[in-house]
Design a protein around this ligand. Structure first.
Ligand SMILES: Cc1cc2nc3c(=O)[nH]c(=O)nc-3n(C[C@H](O)[C@H](O)[C@H](O)COP(=O)(O)OP(=O)(O)OC[C@H]3O[C@@H](n4cnc5c(N)ncnc54)[C@H](O)[C@@H]3O)c2cc1C
Length: 404
Protein backbone atom coordinates (compact mmCIF):
# COMPACT_ATOMS: atom_id res chain seq x y z
CA UNK A 1 0.00 0.00 0.00
CA UNK A 2 1.27 3.46 -0.89
CA UNK A 3 1.75 5.82 2.01
CA UNK A 4 -0.69 8.72 1.69
CA UNK A 5 0.74 12.00 2.92
CA UNK A 6 -1.15 15.25 3.53
CA UNK A 7 0.96 18.41 3.20
CA UNK A 8 -0.47 21.71 4.47
CA UNK A 9 0.80 24.88 2.75
CA UNK A 10 1.61 25.42 -0.92
CA UNK A 11 4.37 28.03 -1.05
CA UNK A 12 7.97 26.73 -1.26
CA UNK A 13 8.45 23.81 1.18
CA UNK A 14 5.03 22.23 0.49
CA UNK A 15 5.20 21.83 -3.33
CA UNK A 16 8.90 20.87 -3.22
CA UNK A 17 8.08 18.12 -0.72
CA UNK A 18 5.08 17.01 -2.80
CA UNK A 19 7.30 16.55 -5.85
CA UNK A 20 9.91 14.51 -3.99
CA UNK A 21 7.39 12.33 -2.14
CA UNK A 22 5.75 11.44 -5.45
CA UNK A 23 9.16 10.59 -6.92
CA UNK A 24 9.69 8.24 -4.00
CA UNK A 25 6.37 6.51 -4.69
CA UNK A 26 4.01 8.10 -2.17
CA UNK A 27 0.50 9.47 -2.75
CA UNK A 28 0.29 13.17 -1.90
CA UNK A 29 -2.44 15.71 -1.16
CA UNK A 30 -1.59 19.38 -0.57
CA UNK A 31 -4.05 21.72 1.14
CA UNK A 32 -3.54 25.50 0.92
CA UNK A 33 -5.68 27.97 2.82
CA UNK A 34 -5.51 30.66 0.11
CA UNK A 35 -8.40 30.33 -2.38
CA UNK A 36 -6.01 29.98 -5.33
CA UNK A 37 -2.28 30.09 -6.06
CA UNK A 38 -0.72 32.69 -3.78
CA UNK A 39 1.48 35.06 -5.76
CA UNK A 40 3.54 37.89 -4.31
CA UNK A 41 6.67 38.32 -2.26
CA UNK A 42 10.04 39.65 -3.16
CA UNK A 43 13.51 38.62 -4.15
CA UNK A 44 14.50 35.41 -2.41
CA UNK A 45 17.73 33.49 -2.73
CA UNK A 46 18.38 29.90 -3.77
CA UNK A 47 21.81 29.16 -2.37
CA UNK A 48 24.31 26.35 -1.86
CA UNK A 49 22.59 23.06 -1.08
CA UNK A 50 19.24 24.65 -2.01
CA UNK A 51 20.62 25.11 -5.49
CA UNK A 52 21.67 21.46 -5.62
CA UNK A 53 18.11 20.46 -4.71
CA UNK A 54 16.56 22.50 -7.53
CA UNK A 55 19.18 21.04 -9.88
CA UNK A 56 18.09 17.54 -8.84
CA UNK A 57 14.48 18.58 -9.42
CA UNK A 58 15.37 19.68 -12.96
CA UNK A 59 14.40 23.29 -12.19
CA UNK A 60 17.67 25.20 -12.15
CA UNK A 61 17.37 26.30 -15.79
CA UNK A 62 13.80 27.57 -15.32
CA UNK A 63 14.86 29.51 -12.23
CA UNK A 64 17.82 31.00 -14.07
CA UNK A 65 15.47 32.23 -16.82
CA UNK A 66 13.43 34.07 -14.19
CA UNK A 67 16.16 35.62 -12.03
CA UNK A 68 15.66 39.24 -11.01
CA UNK A 69 18.92 40.39 -12.66
CA UNK A 70 19.92 42.34 -9.57
CA UNK A 71 23.53 43.39 -10.23
CA UNK A 72 24.43 44.97 -6.92
CA UNK A 73 23.17 46.68 -3.80
CA UNK A 74 24.14 50.35 -3.42
CA UNK A 75 23.86 51.99 -0.02
CA UNK A 76 22.84 55.56 -0.80
CA UNK A 77 22.46 58.82 1.08
CA UNK A 78 19.66 61.40 0.78
CA UNK A 79 21.10 62.78 -2.45
CA UNK A 80 21.40 59.32 -3.94
CA UNK A 81 25.22 59.30 -3.65
CA UNK A 82 26.53 55.75 -3.36
CA UNK A 83 28.30 55.28 0.01
CA UNK A 84 28.98 51.54 -0.34
CA UNK A 85 28.30 48.89 -2.97
CA UNK A 86 28.09 45.11 -2.89
CA UNK A 87 28.11 43.42 -6.30
CA UNK A 88 26.57 40.07 -7.29
CA UNK A 89 30.03 38.93 -8.38
CA UNK A 90 31.43 39.46 -4.89
CA UNK A 91 31.69 36.55 -2.45
CA UNK A 92 31.37 34.03 -5.29
CA UNK A 93 27.67 34.67 -5.75
CA UNK A 94 26.90 33.84 -2.10
CA UNK A 95 26.92 37.31 -0.57
CA UNK A 96 23.98 39.63 0.11
CA UNK A 97 23.29 39.53 -3.66
CA UNK A 98 22.91 35.84 -4.44
CA UNK A 99 23.69 34.45 -7.85
CA UNK A 100 20.32 32.70 -8.05
CA UNK A 101 17.74 35.24 -6.96
CA UNK A 102 14.08 34.97 -7.98
CA UNK A 103 10.78 36.46 -6.88
CA UNK A 104 9.06 34.29 -4.28
CA UNK A 105 5.88 34.17 -6.36
CA UNK A 106 7.80 33.04 -9.44
CA UNK A 107 9.52 30.22 -7.57
CA UNK A 108 6.29 29.16 -5.86
CA UNK A 109 4.57 28.99 -9.26
CA UNK A 110 7.38 26.96 -10.79
CA UNK A 111 7.23 24.48 -7.90
CA UNK A 112 3.45 24.28 -8.10
CA UNK A 113 3.48 23.63 -11.86
CA UNK A 114 6.25 21.07 -11.41
CA UNK A 115 4.31 19.12 -8.79
CA UNK A 116 0.70 19.56 -9.99
CA UNK A 117 0.77 16.26 -11.85
CA UNK A 118 2.24 14.48 -8.84
CA UNK A 119 -0.16 15.61 -6.14
CA UNK A 120 -3.79 16.45 -5.47
CA UNK A 121 -4.04 20.18 -4.66
CA UNK A 122 -6.90 21.55 -2.53
CA UNK A 123 -7.07 25.34 -2.41
CA UNK A 124 -9.21 27.43 -0.06
CA UNK A 125 -9.26 24.95 2.78
CA UNK A 126 -7.28 24.04 5.88
CA UNK A 127 -7.23 21.57 8.73
CA UNK A 128 -9.90 22.36 11.33
CA UNK A 129 -9.07 19.39 13.58
CA UNK A 130 -6.73 16.44 13.56
CA UNK A 131 -6.38 13.29 15.66
CA UNK A 132 -3.30 11.12 15.57
CA UNK A 133 -4.73 7.65 16.13
CA UNK A 134 -1.34 5.93 16.13
CA UNK A 135 -1.89 4.01 12.89
CA UNK A 136 -3.37 6.94 10.88
CA UNK A 137 -4.11 10.63 11.28
CA UNK A 138 -7.78 11.59 11.08
CA UNK A 139 -8.26 15.04 9.58
CA UNK A 140 -11.35 17.22 9.47
CA UNK A 141 -11.09 20.07 6.98
CA UNK A 142 -12.67 23.45 7.56
CA UNK A 143 -15.03 22.92 4.64
CA UNK A 144 -16.32 19.77 6.27
CA UNK A 145 -14.51 16.87 4.53
CA UNK A 146 -13.13 14.16 6.78
CA UNK A 147 -10.23 12.01 5.59
CA UNK A 148 -7.41 9.95 7.02
CA UNK A 149 -3.72 9.95 6.08
CA UNK A 150 -0.64 8.00 7.04
CA UNK A 151 1.28 11.20 7.72
CA UNK A 152 0.61 14.95 7.91
CA UNK A 153 3.45 17.36 7.11
CA UNK A 154 2.97 20.99 8.04
CA UNK A 155 4.54 23.51 5.64
CA UNK A 156 2.46 26.53 6.71
CA UNK A 157 5.20 29.05 7.35
CA UNK A 158 6.06 31.01 10.47
CA UNK A 159 2.54 31.51 11.86
CA UNK A 160 1.26 27.95 11.31
CA UNK A 161 -2.08 27.11 12.99
CA UNK A 162 -1.83 23.33 12.49
CA UNK A 163 1.53 23.41 14.28
CA UNK A 164 -0.20 25.09 17.22
CA UNK A 165 -2.85 22.32 17.29
CA UNK A 166 -0.28 19.55 17.45
CA UNK A 167 2.61 21.13 19.36
CA UNK A 168 0.78 23.63 21.63
CA UNK A 169 3.11 25.52 23.92
CA UNK A 170 6.24 23.90 22.48
CA UNK A 171 6.12 26.55 19.74
CA UNK A 172 8.76 29.25 20.29
CA UNK A 173 8.93 32.34 18.11
CA UNK A 174 11.94 34.56 18.71
CA UNK A 175 11.40 38.16 17.55
CA UNK A 176 14.28 40.01 15.88
CA UNK A 177 12.85 43.46 16.68
CA UNK A 178 12.15 44.27 13.05
CA UNK A 179 9.05 44.89 10.94
CA UNK A 180 9.18 44.73 7.15
CA UNK A 181 6.49 45.68 4.62
CA UNK A 182 6.94 44.41 1.06
CA UNK A 183 5.10 45.49 -2.08
CA UNK A 184 5.57 46.05 -5.82
CA UNK A 185 5.42 49.58 -7.26
CA UNK A 186 5.88 51.26 -10.65
CA UNK A 187 9.50 51.46 -11.77
CA UNK A 188 10.96 54.97 -11.41
CA UNK A 189 13.61 56.70 -13.48
CA UNK A 190 16.36 55.99 -10.92
CA UNK A 191 15.44 52.30 -10.59
CA UNK A 192 17.84 50.11 -12.53
CA UNK A 193 19.57 46.77 -12.11
CA UNK A 194 21.28 48.04 -8.97
CA UNK A 195 19.16 47.87 -5.82
CA UNK A 196 19.27 50.91 -3.60
CA UNK A 197 19.21 50.83 0.20
CA UNK A 198 18.49 54.06 2.03
CA UNK A 199 18.66 54.50 5.80
CA UNK A 200 16.83 57.21 7.71
CA UNK A 201 17.40 57.85 11.43
CA UNK A 202 15.00 56.19 13.84
CA UNK A 203 15.75 52.64 12.69
CA UNK A 204 14.12 53.05 9.26
CA UNK A 205 15.22 51.78 5.87
CA UNK A 206 13.81 51.88 2.36
CA UNK A 207 15.01 49.21 -0.06
CA UNK A 208 14.18 49.35 -3.78
CA UNK A 209 15.05 46.30 -5.90
CA UNK A 210 14.67 45.40 -9.54
CA UNK A 211 12.58 42.47 -10.73
CA UNK A 212 12.13 40.63 -14.02
CA UNK A 213 8.53 41.82 -14.44
CA UNK A 214 9.07 45.54 -15.10
CA UNK A 215 8.20 46.74 -11.60
CA UNK A 216 10.26 47.73 -8.57
CA UNK A 217 10.07 45.76 -5.33
CA UNK A 218 9.93 48.01 -2.28
CA UNK A 219 10.66 47.05 1.30
CA UNK A 220 10.09 49.43 4.21
CA UNK A 221 11.74 48.31 7.45
CA UNK A 222 11.22 49.54 10.99
CA UNK A 223 13.62 48.45 13.70
CA UNK A 224 11.42 48.28 16.78
CA UNK A 225 10.59 45.89 19.60
CA UNK A 226 7.47 43.78 18.92
CA UNK A 227 4.33 45.88 19.32
CA UNK A 228 1.76 43.70 17.60
CA UNK A 229 1.68 45.73 14.35
CA UNK A 230 1.36 42.48 12.38
CA UNK A 231 -2.10 42.05 13.91
CA UNK A 232 -3.38 45.40 12.58
CA UNK A 233 -5.56 45.52 9.48
CA UNK A 234 -3.79 46.19 6.21
CA UNK A 235 -5.23 49.73 6.08
CA UNK A 236 -3.90 50.41 9.58
CA UNK A 237 -0.47 49.02 8.68
CA UNK A 238 -0.30 51.28 5.61
CA UNK A 239 -1.35 54.30 7.70
CA UNK A 240 1.31 53.46 10.29
CA UNK A 241 4.02 53.29 7.61
CA UNK A 242 2.92 56.59 6.08
CA UNK A 243 3.13 58.27 9.46
CA UNK A 244 6.48 56.71 10.43
CA UNK A 245 8.20 57.37 7.10
CA UNK A 246 6.65 60.81 6.42
CA UNK A 247 9.91 62.68 7.13
CA UNK A 248 12.37 60.00 5.93
CA UNK A 249 13.53 61.94 2.87
CA UNK A 250 15.18 60.60 -0.33
CA UNK A 251 12.65 58.89 -2.66
CA UNK A 252 10.41 57.82 0.21
CA UNK A 253 7.44 60.05 -0.81
CA UNK A 254 7.02 58.15 -4.09
CA UNK A 255 7.23 54.83 -2.22
CA UNK A 256 4.56 55.95 0.25
CA UNK A 257 2.41 57.22 -2.61
CA UNK A 258 2.50 53.73 -4.15
CA UNK A 259 1.33 52.08 -0.92
CA UNK A 260 -2.37 52.67 -1.51
CA UNK A 261 -2.30 50.91 -4.87
CA UNK A 262 -0.17 47.99 -3.66
CA UNK A 263 -2.15 44.78 -4.20
CA UNK A 264 0.57 42.42 -2.98
CA UNK A 265 1.24 44.25 0.29
CA UNK A 266 2.85 41.83 2.77
CA UNK A 267 3.74 42.95 6.29
CA UNK A 268 5.56 40.84 8.84
CA UNK A 269 7.17 40.90 12.21
CA UNK A 270 10.56 39.34 11.54
CA UNK A 271 11.54 36.48 13.80
CA UNK A 272 12.74 32.92 14.01
CA UNK A 273 11.03 29.66 14.92
CA UNK A 274 12.84 27.41 17.37
CA UNK A 275 11.07 24.11 18.05
CA UNK A 276 12.42 21.52 20.48
CA UNK A 277 11.29 18.82 18.03
CA UNK A 278 10.02 18.81 14.47
CA UNK A 279 7.72 15.84 14.69
CA UNK A 280 5.16 14.42 17.06
CA UNK A 281 3.67 11.05 16.25
CA UNK A 282 2.62 11.05 12.61
CA UNK A 283 2.81 14.82 12.19
CA UNK A 284 6.03 16.63 11.17
CA UNK A 285 7.06 20.17 10.31
CA UNK A 286 9.13 21.47 7.38
CA UNK A 287 10.31 24.89 6.14
CA UNK A 288 9.54 28.06 8.09
CA UNK A 289 6.93 26.25 10.21
CA UNK A 290 9.74 24.12 11.67
CA UNK A 291 12.77 26.37 11.68
CA UNK A 292 12.21 29.83 10.18
CA UNK A 293 15.59 31.57 10.09
CA UNK A 294 14.07 34.91 8.92
CA UNK A 295 14.81 37.01 5.81
CA UNK A 296 17.75 38.45 7.74
CA UNK A 297 19.53 35.08 7.34
CA UNK A 298 19.15 34.97 3.53
CA UNK A 299 18.57 31.22 3.98
CA UNK A 300 14.79 30.71 4.42
CA UNK A 301 14.10 29.40 0.94
CA UNK A 302 17.21 27.22 0.75
CA UNK A 303 16.34 25.68 4.12
CA UNK A 304 12.79 24.99 2.94
CA UNK A 305 14.04 23.27 -0.24
CA UNK A 306 16.73 21.24 1.50
CA UNK A 307 14.39 20.25 4.34
CA UNK A 308 11.77 19.02 1.86
CA UNK A 309 14.40 17.01 0.00
CA UNK A 310 15.85 15.37 3.14
CA UNK A 311 12.45 14.66 4.72
CA UNK A 312 11.15 12.97 1.55
CA UNK A 313 14.39 11.02 1.12
CA UNK A 314 14.40 9.74 4.70
CA UNK A 315 10.73 8.71 4.45
CA UNK A 316 11.64 6.78 1.32
CA UNK A 317 14.49 5.04 3.15
CA UNK A 318 12.39 3.73 6.03
CA UNK A 319 8.91 2.29 6.50
CA UNK A 320 9.13 3.47 10.07
CA UNK A 321 8.09 7.13 10.00
CA UNK A 322 9.48 7.80 13.50
CA UNK A 323 12.88 6.64 12.35
CA UNK A 324 12.65 8.74 9.19
CA UNK A 325 11.59 11.86 11.13
CA UNK A 326 14.50 11.36 13.54
CA UNK A 327 16.99 11.02 10.67
CA UNK A 328 15.56 14.12 8.97
CA UNK A 329 16.06 16.10 12.15
CA UNK A 330 19.55 14.71 12.76
CA UNK A 331 20.69 15.72 9.26
CA UNK A 332 18.98 19.13 9.17
CA UNK A 333 19.48 20.46 12.72
CA UNK A 334 23.15 21.51 12.38
CA UNK A 335 22.46 23.17 9.01
CA UNK A 336 19.48 25.07 10.41
CA UNK A 337 21.44 25.98 13.54
CA UNK A 338 24.13 27.70 11.50
CA UNK A 339 21.59 29.54 9.35
CA UNK A 340 19.74 30.76 12.45
CA UNK A 341 22.94 31.98 14.00
CA UNK A 342 22.42 35.57 12.86
CA UNK A 343 23.57 38.28 15.27
CA UNK A 344 20.61 39.50 17.35
CA UNK A 345 21.95 43.01 16.74
CA UNK A 346 21.75 42.50 12.93
CA UNK A 347 18.55 44.55 12.42
CA UNK A 348 19.95 47.35 14.61
CA UNK A 349 23.16 47.41 12.58
CA UNK A 350 21.25 47.40 9.29
CA UNK A 351 18.79 50.06 10.53
CA UNK A 352 20.74 52.44 12.84
CA UNK A 353 18.84 54.86 15.06
CA UNK A 354 21.07 57.93 14.56
CA UNK A 355 22.79 59.78 11.70
CA UNK A 356 26.16 58.93 13.24
CA UNK A 357 25.17 55.26 13.29
CA UNK A 358 24.23 55.42 9.61
CA UNK A 359 27.55 57.09 8.71
CA UNK A 360 29.46 54.41 10.66
CA UNK A 361 27.49 51.60 9.03
CA UNK A 362 28.19 52.95 5.54
CA UNK A 363 31.89 53.47 6.28
CA UNK A 364 32.20 49.92 7.63
CA UNK A 365 30.43 48.50 4.56
CA UNK A 366 32.59 50.51 2.22
CA UNK A 367 35.73 49.11 3.90
CA UNK A 368 34.41 45.56 4.09
CA UNK A 369 33.71 45.41 0.38
CA UNK A 370 37.28 46.37 -0.62
CA UNK A 371 39.24 43.43 -2.07
CA UNK A 372 41.78 43.51 0.77
CA UNK A 373 39.05 42.69 3.30
CA UNK A 374 37.08 40.34 1.08
CA UNK A 375 38.07 37.18 2.94
CA UNK A 376 36.87 38.40 6.33
CA UNK A 377 33.84 40.18 4.81
CA UNK A 378 32.97 36.96 3.00
CA UNK A 379 32.88 35.16 6.35
CA UNK A 380 30.51 37.78 7.75
CA UNK A 381 28.29 38.38 4.75
CA UNK A 382 27.99 34.92 3.13
CA UNK A 383 25.34 32.63 4.64
CA UNK A 384 26.43 29.04 5.46
CA UNK A 385 24.53 27.70 2.46
CA UNK A 386 26.83 24.76 1.70
CA UNK A 387 27.32 23.53 5.25
CA UNK A 388 25.50 20.23 4.78
CA UNK A 389 26.41 16.92 3.14
CA UNK A 390 23.36 16.38 1.00
CA UNK A 391 22.56 12.64 0.94
CA UNK A 392 21.79 11.08 -2.43
CA UNK A 393 18.37 9.44 -2.26
CA UNK A 394 18.09 8.80 -6.01
CA UNK A 395 14.94 9.72 -7.99
CA UNK A 396 16.37 13.05 -9.24
CA UNK A 397 14.76 14.53 -12.33
CA UNK A 398 17.62 13.14 -14.39
CA UNK A 399 17.14 9.61 -12.97
CA UNK A 400 15.99 7.16 -15.61
CA UNK A 401 12.89 6.05 -13.73
CA UNK A 402 10.77 7.26 -10.88
CA UNK A 403 9.18 5.03 -8.31
CA UNK A 404 5.53 4.44 -9.03
C1 LIG B 1 2.83 35.65 0.13
C2 LIG B 1 4.22 35.46 0.69
C3 LIG B 1 5.19 36.43 0.44
C4 LIG B 1 6.49 36.26 0.94
N1 LIG B 1 7.42 37.23 0.68
C5 LIG B 1 8.69 37.07 1.13
C6 LIG B 1 9.69 38.04 0.83
O1 LIG B 1 9.43 39.03 0.16
N2 LIG B 1 10.95 37.85 1.30
C7 LIG B 1 11.28 36.75 2.05
O2 LIG B 1 12.42 36.59 2.46
N3 LIG B 1 10.34 35.81 2.34
C8 LIG B 1 9.06 35.94 1.91
N4 LIG B 1 8.11 34.99 2.22
C9 LIG B 1 8.51 33.85 3.07
C10 LIG B 1 9.31 32.79 2.28
O3 LIG B 1 8.52 32.25 1.25
C11 LIG B 1 9.71 31.71 3.26
O4 LIG B 1 10.54 32.27 4.27
C12 LIG B 1 10.54 30.53 2.72
O5 LIG B 1 10.55 30.45 1.34
C13 LIG B 1 10.04 29.21 3.33
O6 LIG B 1 8.83 28.84 2.73
P1 LIG B 1 7.71 27.95 3.39
O7 LIG B 1 7.04 27.24 2.25
O8 LIG B 1 8.25 27.15 4.51
O9 LIG B 1 6.70 28.99 4.08
P2 LIG B 1 5.84 30.19 3.47
O10 LIG B 1 6.46 30.72 2.24
O11 LIG B 1 5.56 31.15 4.56
O12 LIG B 1 4.47 29.47 3.01
C14 LIG B 1 3.49 28.98 3.87
C15 LIG B 1 2.26 28.62 3.04
O13 LIG B 1 1.31 27.98 3.88
C16 LIG B 1 0.04 28.57 3.70
N5 LIG B 1 -0.70 28.37 4.95
C17 LIG B 1 -0.55 29.04 6.11
N6 LIG B 1 -1.36 28.53 7.05
C18 LIG B 1 -2.03 27.51 6.46
C19 LIG B 1 -3.01 26.57 6.93
N7 LIG B 1 -3.44 26.58 8.20
N8 LIG B 1 -3.47 25.63 6.07
C20 LIG B 1 -3.04 25.60 4.79
N9 LIG B 1 -2.12 26.47 4.28
C21 LIG B 1 -1.62 27.40 5.13
C22 LIG B 1 0.34 30.01 3.35
O14 LIG B 1 -0.74 30.63 2.67
C23 LIG B 1 1.56 29.84 2.45
O15 LIG B 1 1.20 29.57 1.13
C24 LIG B 1 6.81 35.10 1.73
C25 LIG B 1 5.83 34.12 1.97
C26 LIG B 1 4.54 34.29 1.47
C27 LIG B 1 3.49 33.21 1.75
Amino acid sequence: MKRHVLITGASIAGPALAWWLDRHGMAVTVVERAPSFRDGGQNIDVRGAGRKVVQRMGLEGAIRERTTHEEAIAFVDERNNVRARIGAEQFRGNGPVAELEILRGELARLLLDHSRGSAEYLFGDRIAALRDRGDKVEVRFERGDEREYDLVIVAEGIGSSTRAMQFGDEVRRVPLDLYIAYFAMPRGENDGAVSRWFNAPGGRSVFLRPDNLGTTRAALSLQEKPRGYEKLSQAEQKALLKERFADAGWETPRVLAALDEAKDFYFESIGQVKMPRWSKGRVALVGDAAYCASPVSGMGTSLALVGAYVLAGELARSDDHARAFAAYERIMRPYVGQAQDVPKAGPRIAQPQTRTGIALQQAALSLATRPVFSWIAGKLLSPPADKIDLPDYGQSASSASSAG
